[in-house]
Every structure is written in structure tokens, then in C-alpha cells.
Design a protein around this ligand. Structure first.
Ligand code: ADP
Length: 246
């Protein structure tokens, strides 16, 4: 089977600074893959390259074998590439239910949904409830976002990305700022997303990385240092050196 997402010699320079360099990254269908590396390694830049927010200065990106390097971020999103951000992008006064309804209506290109026939509304709300249920947010569907625990807000951001019906989901530090007692639950929900969705996530907490990823790619100074299963990465002396010092 072709990788869901694959890069070939991908790189980007900012002036004289090579932020991402000769990256060959492969995301298999159904992957739960972690992208780890020290601060400034280029992880977010790599996600920005994959989503099309920034253009590479070298290399190619393929989705299901199709070259998407020249495609805009919008076009990639329409093809099923979704992402979340490190920062909270939610509307605090909306409820989770309405947030998801809006995200679904955006996917459907419905614009203002409110004047649609009632049958359309019902389908939209049913889908929104199902999505919230999948992420165990259904009991909080009508609570304003601002009143949700931070871990639940991050979960809602994943629900909004899921509303686009992605085939590939790129999560930039989904647990950033989430207290430790909520982050396990957050990653359990990620692990339980439909198995046909390929997930690549940036995460700093090694306990979460080793518990929830099936593959790990290690980025150091813009380059993939190594890649493998958690068992392989856990005993790789080069990775230990990067994380534990010299
Ligand atoms: P990480 O996510 O691994 O912490 P980043 O991708 O945020 O790393 O950043 C990698 C490096 O690229 C950093 O040194 C950062 O300062 C630099 N960088 C990122 N975006 C730009 C930009 N638009 N212009 C110049 N330098 C940038």
C-alpha cells in the first residue's frame, strides 16, 4: 500500500538558515506516528510544509502517491489533510456542539447554515453529536467552550479537525498546556480515532510518545536523525544522546 503521506528530500531555507533539510518522512495508512526532537529542530516548520502553509525550497511531498508539492493549503485540506495548532483556536463563547456544526457546515460549503431546511439541520446536528460522542465530549456538548477543562478544549480542537473528514491528521502538540492527569485521556482519544486515519503528532512528553505511538521519527537540526518503533527508538544511543546530553 502507498504511504498516506511521503516526503522526498524535503527542505526549506529561511535566508541562510536551513530549517528543514533533506527530510524523507513516510506516514503509513492508519499510522499513529510521533514526530519528536529538541526545541527548534524544525517540527512545526515540517508540519507547515506538509499542510502547504509554507513552500519548500527543495524536495517533494506526495499524498497517496500523488505529488502535492505545488498544491495550496486549501486544496490539500480538501484532499483530506487536516491539522491542529499548538495554540488554542476555539471561540470561547460557542458551545462544542455549535463549534462542530459550524466546522461541518464549512466542510459542506454550506456557508450560513441557519436558513437551510430543517432536515439539513437534523443531519448536521446528528453528525456533530456523533463526532462529539466519538471524542467523549457528548456530555459537554452544550457547555460554553470557556468553561471546559483545558484538556477538553484540546479534544474539541481535534473534533473540529475531524469534522473535515480527514484521511490524514497532523497534530502540533495536542497536549501542550494540558495538565498531566488529562493528557493521557486526550491521547487515548487520539489512539481510538478511526483506524483508516493516519495521524502524525508532535509531542514532548516521552511517556505519552512511547505509550501512544507505533512509530517515532526523530528530527534534529532540521534532519531526520532516525525513525523506528518505540522499542527501537528507546534504545537508540543517538536519541539518548540528544535527549540526555553528552
Ligand atoms: P520546533 O517546532 O521543532 O521547535 P520550529 O519549526 O518552530 O521548531 O523552528 C525551527 C527553526 O526554524 C527555529 O530556529 C525557528 O526560529 C526557525 N524558523 C521557523 N520559522 C521561521 C521563519 N518563518 N523565518 C525564519 N526562521 C524560522
Amino acid at each position: 500500500m502507498k504511504p498516506a503521506l511521503q516526503t522526498h528530500g524535503l527542505g526549506v531555507r529561511f535566508g541562510a538558515f536551513q530549517a528543514v533539510n533533506d527530510v524523507h518522512l513516510s506516514l503509513e495508512p492508519g499510522a499513529r506516528q510521533a514526530l519528536i526532537g529538541p526545541n527548534g529542530a524544525g517540527k512545526t516548520t515540517l508540519i507547515n510544509l506538509l499542510t502547504g502553509v509554507i513552500k519548500p525550497t527543495a524536495g517533494r511531498i506526495e499524498m497517496d502517491g500523488q505529488d502535492i508539492t505545488a498544491f495550496t493549503a486549501d486544496r490539500r485540506a480538501r484532499m483530506g489533510l487536516a491539522r491542529t495548532f499548538q495554540i488554542n483556536t476555539l471561540f470561547p463563547s460557542l458551545t462544542p456542539l455549535l463549534s462542530v456544526v459550524l466546522a461541518i457546515s464549512e466542510r459542506e460549503g454550506l456557508g450560513a447554515v441557519w436558513w437551510r431546511p430543517l432536515t439539513r439541520h437534523t443531519a448536521l446536528f446528528d453528525e456533530a453529536h456523533a463526532l462529539l460522542g466519538r471524542l467523549k465530549l457528548d456530555a459537554l456538548a452544550d457547555v460554553p467552550v470557556a468553561e471546559l477543562a483545558y484538556g477538553k478544549q484540546r479534544l474539541l480542537e481535534i473534533a473540529l479537525a475531524m469534522a473535515a473528514k480527514p484521511r490524514i491528521l497532523l497534530l502540533d502538540e495536542p497536549a501542550a498546556g494540558v495538565p498531566e492527569d488529562e493528557s493521557g485521556e486526550l491521547f487515548e482519544a487520539i489512539a481510538e480515532l478511526p483506524q483508516d486515519i493516519s495521524v502524525l503528532f508532535i509531542e514532548h512528553d516521552m511517556k505519552l510518545v512511547f505509550r501512544f505511538s507505533r512509530r517515532i521519527s526523530v528530527l534534529v537540526a532540521g534532519q531526520i536523525l532516525t525513525e523506528g518503533t518505540p522499542a527501537e527508538i528507546g534504545v537508540d544511543p543517538r536519541v539518548r544522546e540528544v535527549y540526555l546530553g553528552h
